[in-house]
Ligand binder design. Structure first.
Ligand SMILES: Nc1ncnc2c1ncn2[C@@H]1O[C@H](COP(=O)(O)OP(=O)(O)O)[C@@H](O)[C@H]1O
Ligand SMILES: [Mg+2]
Length: 236
């Protein structure tokens, strides 16, 4: 094991210890539930002690650069708007951010194949939200079904998890660490090469649409997918 591996292991263990259900952070929040199933969860549901409100607290994954939390905060602030998770506050000393919790929204990863039709209806809202981030100068960087929430009451979407967001135009060679999801990232993104571009998100969305189970879709649903694919092919 190299010294770097040891350092990462120590950091992972320390992070596992430091955030557990019941823990009070900054005398302000009590952690109530881990939201991600990762060995070291990044996202927790928490209660704000003073108000009783439920919020989501996010921290960076082990091994990430110290500046990555600030970058996530910057991305959320720049991309603020419809279809994007609302950031609440940055806690730089304890190194976490609070974001709004949506108890009634459902992550698309939990949508069963027979609800795939619903997903095709959401596509315009999803494209709009991603494009909004690009216009604000950022890519989301990790477009996938677990990072998009669906609002069943109004058929809206909400992009969450800006942990991999990067400013468009940034050269990846300046990064010492970055996050990507295998199978949904372009070669350049996976290898940490090239310049961050809007097409990185479109690549992920295209892969997602290709991998999706379309067996239970109606003709209209299929057409919605085809139309979206056509649009995606035309993006630079
Ligand atoms: N604001 C939120 N409202 C409702 N559910 C959320 C929210 N944020 C996260 N979740 C749930 O927690 C899961 C993990 O959150 P995420 O921010 O993607 O963390 P990670 O960095 O571990 O992927 C999501 O897939 C979703 O199910
Ligand atoms: Mg996620």
């Amino acid at each position: 094991m190299t010294p770097n591996h040891l350092k990462l292991l120590a950091e992972t263990l320390a992070m596992q210890e430091s955030w557990q259900v019941g823990k009070v952070l900054d005398r302000k929040f009590t952690l109530t539930k881990a939201l991600s199933s990762k060995p070291v969860p990044n996202a927790y549901l928490a209660t704000e002690i003073e108000t009783g409100d439920a919020v989501v607290l996010r921290r960076c994954s082990p091994g990430s650069e110290r500046s990555s939390l600030e970058r996530e905060w910057e991305a959320l602030s720049a991309c603020k708007g419809e279809g994007v998770q609302q950031a609440l506050a940055l806690y730089p000393a304890t190194r976490f951010i609070s974001v709004e919790y949506h108890p009634d929204m459902v992550p698309l990863i939990e949508l069963s194949p027979h609800k795939a039709e619903t997903f095709t209806v959401l596509l315009p809202a999803l494209l709009k939200a991603v494009r909004h981030c690009h216009q604000a100068g950022w890519i989301h960087g990790d477009i996938k079904p677990s990072n998009v929430l669906w609002d069943p009451s109004g058929n809206g979407v909400c992009l969450i998890d800006f942990g991999a967001a990067l400013p468009i135009g940034l050269s990846r060679k300046n990064l010492t660490s970055w996050h990507m999801s295998k199978g949904l990232s372009s070669d350049a993104q996976a290898k940490g090469e090239g310049v961050v571009q809007a097409s990185d998100d479109w690549f992920a969305l295209t892969r997602w649409l290709r991998q999706m189970d379309k067996s239970e879709l109606s003709e209209t649903g299929r057409q919605r997918i085809d139309k979206t694919m056509d649009w995606l092919r035309k993006q630079p």
